[in-house]
Design a protein around this ligand. Structure first.
Ligand SMILES: [Zn+2]
Length: 179
């Protein structure tokens, strides 16, 4: 039996490699550049419905579509999330599509357990890509200890160009912040 590679290992391996190869040492992470650096196209799609992002794979390659009507932090998270589907879940050799609704994070009850796991994994990937552990730690060390936590989290969210809730969740996951 081959040892199964976990999505966490795949995520961290991919991110270490892509940050190194693109010499990315500062934030915010240019998530579009990261996607393009591995050959994906990134386009704004004029979605009519409540779609936040899609990943389309066909004979021309892979394309991430994002909703231009969303805020910058949500667009960035959506692109990173779709990139997560590409790295972790997509069969690169056959045509297919992943489509994400705007409220997929809140509307999680409409997903089956397997779909839920896939969405959770893509969110894990997105959080790790937009807020890499080493860069989070180095920015946390620059914070003003006299400010309260909420203010400091806002400062970090702005630096990483992510939402305050995404930043908070990441800090809790890294064991840096206890609510
Ligand atoms: Zn998804």
């Amino acid at each position: 039996m081959m040892k199964q590679i976990s999505y966490q290992d795949l995520t961290n391996e991919f991110i270490d490699k892509v940050l190194n190869e693109n010499n990315i040492i500062t934030v915010p992470i240019d998530v579009e550049q990261v996607a393009k650096s591995i050959g994906l196209k990134v386009l704004d799609y004029p979605f009519q419905e409540d779609i936040s992002g899609v990943l389309v794979i066909n004979e021309d390659g892979a394309t991430i579509g994002y909703n231009p009507n969303e805020s910058s932090v949500r667009r960035r998270f959506s692109i990173a999330h779709e990139l997560g589907h590409f790295v972790l879940h997509a069969d690169k050799n056959s045509s297919g599509m992943f489509m994400d609704k705007l409220l997929f994070r809140k509307n999680i009850t409409t997903y089956s357990t397997k779909e839920e796991a896939i969405e959770r994994e893509a969110n894990y990937f997105a959080a790790n890509l937009l807020m890499p552990q080493e860069l989070v730690i180095s920015e946390v060390n620059k914070l003003n200890p006299n400010k309260d936590d909420e203010e400091n989290i806002k400062v970090l969210a702005k630096k990483f160009d992510v939402s305050v809730s995404a930043m908070t969740y990441r800090l809790v996951n890294l064991g840096i912040y206890y609510k």
